[in-house]
Design a protein around this ligand. Structure first.
Ligand code: GLU
Length: 480
C-alpha cells in the first residue's frame, strides 16, 4: 500500500514549490489508493511559528488538499508534529548509540573549523570524524569539563546508489560524507534523523520531494539501513523557476499560495496549474479537473528539467475556470472582496443575492480574478465611480444633450426588458437622426461610469428604471 507524506517546516507561508510537492504526493496517493500524510517538521524552534503552521493547513485545504491520518481533532485530522515525537527520536538514537552506529561527539564548531584550518583543509569539508574512536578517558575528560555531547552517526563509508523514480540511478561515491550529527547536545534531533525515523515509523513507501534534498538521500538511506528499516523509494522533483529561469523567489512577485488566494484565484485553477509544474500528460493537455488528474498522474511522467512558473498562464487558467463556474459561486467567493470595497455589507437578502448573481452573470466572461468582481459589478449596487476619461469623452455637451432628449423616451418605455429598451432607444435614434453610437456611449457611461461592460440593454434592464433614469438625470441638468 502506497504511503506518502508532505513534510513542511512551518517557517513561512506555503510556497508555490512546496504546494507542488504537496500536490504531487497527494495525487500519487490518490492515484494508488494510498495514504497521504501531513507531517509538520517543527523542530527548528527559532524559525518555526504556530501561525505559519495554521496558515499552511488552511492553504492546503483551500486548494483542495486534505490528509488521511493524524490525531482526531473534532472529526478532522490534526497533522503529525515532530515536536510531539521527541521521545521517539531520543529512544532510537540511544539504540544506535548502544549498537555502536552512533557515538558521542564533544567538539564545538569552532574546534572543528580550527582543526580543518590547521590541517590545510577547506572549512566546508566539515567534520573530521575526531570523536569517532574516542577513548573512555578522553570522553570522561570532556564530561568533566561539563561538555554536553552531540550524537553523531557513524556513516558507513561506501558508495550509495539511489534509484530515483524521476532521475534514474544516482551514485554518491564514498568518502564525501563525514559523520553527521543526529541529536544535538540539547536533545533535539537533527533534520536528517527526524525525517528518517518518521518515514520509517510512519511506513512511508515513497519519498517524493524537491531535488534540493537529493544530496541528503545517501545520508537518509544509510540511516534507514542502520535502523534496520526498509528503504523507501525516492523521487526528487525538479526545482521551480521563475519566468526568467532563475529560482522562483520574491523577485518574481507573489510566491506564496496565500497571496494567490488573496488575489482571488479559484482553488481549482490553482490546483490544475500547479499540477503542470514539472509534470505533463502525454497529449500535452493542460486543463484537468482534480478527478482527471487523479486518474492520469504518474511519477514517471515528472520531468527532470526544471519547471517554469508562468503567472500569465495561471491567470489565463483562472479566467477559464471563472467562465466555467456558476455566478452563484463567484458571488459567494467574492463576498470578502465586495465587502472590503464597500459594495456590500454582510447579510444580503435573498433578493439582493439574486440581483447580484445576475450582475455577475452579465460580467462573467470578463472576470479573471475574484478581486475584480467589485470593479465589474459595483455600479449595479452603488453609484458608479466615474472614470474620468470616459466622462470626458462621452459626457460632453453633445452627449448630455442626447441624454436629456432620451430621458422622456426611457421614462415612457413601457416594457423595461432587453427587447423593450432596445426598441425604445433605437426608435429614438431613428426619430432624432442619431447614430446608435451617439446615444449608446453616453448612456453607458452615465449609468456605469465606464466605457466597457456588459451588453447595454442587458445592463439597463437589470439596473432597473429607477437607477437608470436617476443616473441619467445627473448629466442632463443645464443641457439644452
Ligand atoms: N522539511 C523538509 C522541507 O521542508 C522536507 C523534508 C523531506 O521531504 O524529506 O524541505
Amino acid at each position: 500500500m502506497v504511503r506518502v507524506r508532505f513534510a513542511p517546516s512551518p517557517t513561512g507561508y506555503l510556497h508555490i514549490g512546496n504546494a507542488r510537492t504537496a500536490l504531487f504526493n497527494y495525487l500519487f496517493a490518490r492515484r494508488n489508493n494510498g495514504s497521504f500524510i501531513l507531517r509538520i517538521e517543527d523542530t527548528d524552534r527559532e524559525r518555526s511559528a504556530k501561525e505559519y503552521e495554521t496558515a499552511l493547513m488552511e492553504d492546503l485545504k483551500w486548494f483542495g488538499i486534505d490528509w488521511d491520518e493524524g490525531p482526531d481533532v473534532g472529526g478532522d485530522f490534526d497533522p503529525y508534529r515532530q515536536m510531539d515525537r521527541l521521545d521517539i527520536y531520543r529512544e532510537l538514537s540511544e539504540k544506535l548509540l548502544k549498537e555502536g552506529k552512533a557515538y558521542k561527539c564533544y567538539c564545538t564548531k569552532e574546534e572543528i573549523d580550527e582543526r580543518n584550518r590547521q590541517a590545510g583543509r577547506n572549512e566546508s569539508s566539515g567534520y573530521d570524524n575526531h570523536c569517532r574512536d574516542l577513548t573512555a578517558e578522553d570522553a570522561a575528560k570532556f564530561e568533566n569539563e561539563g561538555r554536553k555531547p552531540a550524537l553523531r552517526f557513524r556513516f558507513p563509508q561506501k558508495t550509495v546508489k539511489v534509484n530515483d523514480l524521476i532521475r534514474g540511478e544516482v551514485t554518491f561515491e564514498s568518502g564525501h560524507i563525514p559523520d553527521f550529527v543526529i541529536m544535538k547536545p540539547d536533545g533535539m534531533p537533527v533534520f536528517h534523523f527526524a525525517v528518517v525515523v518518521d518515514d520509517y515509523l510512519m511506513k512511508i513507501t515513497h519519498v517524493v520531494r524537491g531535488e534540493d534534498h537529493l544530496s541528503n538521500t545517501p545520508k537518509h538511506i544509510a540511516l534507514f539501513e542502520a535502523l534496520g528499516a526498509p528503504v523507501p523509494q525516492f523521487a526528487h522533483m525538479s526545482m521551480t523557476l521563475g519566468p526568467d529561469k532563475t529560482r522562483l523567489s520574491k523577485r518574481h512577485g507573489a510566491t506564496s499560495v496565500r497571496a494567490y488566494k488573496d488575489e482571488g484565484y479559484l482553488p481549482e485553477a490553482f490546483f490544475n496549474y500547479i499540477s503542470l509544474l514539472g509534470w505533463g500528460a502525454e497529449n500535452s493537455q493542460d486543463i484537468f479537473s482534480k478527478e482527471e488528474l487523479i486518474q492520469v498522474f504518474s511519477i514517471e511522467r515528472c520531468q527532470k528539467a526544471s519547471a517554469v512558473f508562468d503567472p500569465d498562464k495561471l491567470l489565463w487558467m483562472n479566467g477559464y475556470y471563472m467562465r466555467k463556474t456558476t455566478p452563484e459561486r463567484i458571488l459567494e467567493l467574492s463576498k470578502p472582496f465586495l465587502e472590503k470595497s464597500g459594495v456590500i455589507k454582510d447579510g444580503l437578502s435573498a433578493e439582493q443575492v439574486e440581483y447580484l448573481e445576475k450582475a455577475v452573470a452579465l460580467e462573467q466572461e470578463k472576470i479573471k480574478l475574484l478581486k475584480e468582481v467589485p470593479y465589474h459589478i459595483g455600479f449595479f449596487v452603488k453609484n458608479p465611480d466615474y472614470e474620468e476619461k470616459a466622462v470626458n469623452k462621452y459626457l460632453t455637451e453633445a452627449g448630455k444633450k442626447v441624454l436629456a432628449e432620451l430621458l422622456p423616451a426611457l421614462e415612457g418605455c413601457k416594457e423595461w426588458t432587453i427587447a423593450g429598451l432596445e426598441g425604445a432607444v433605437r426608435s429614438f435614434c431613428e426619430e432624432k437622426g442619431y447614430k446608435p453610437g451617439d446615444v449608446f456611449h453616453p448612456v453607458r457611461v452615465a449609468v456605469s461610469g465606464k466605457t466597457k461592460g456588459p451588453g447595454l440593454f442587458e445592463m439597463l434592464e437589470l439596473l432597473g428604471s429607477e437607477k437608470v433614469t436617476e443616473r441619467i438625470k445627473r448629466f442632463t441638468e443645464g443641457a439644452s
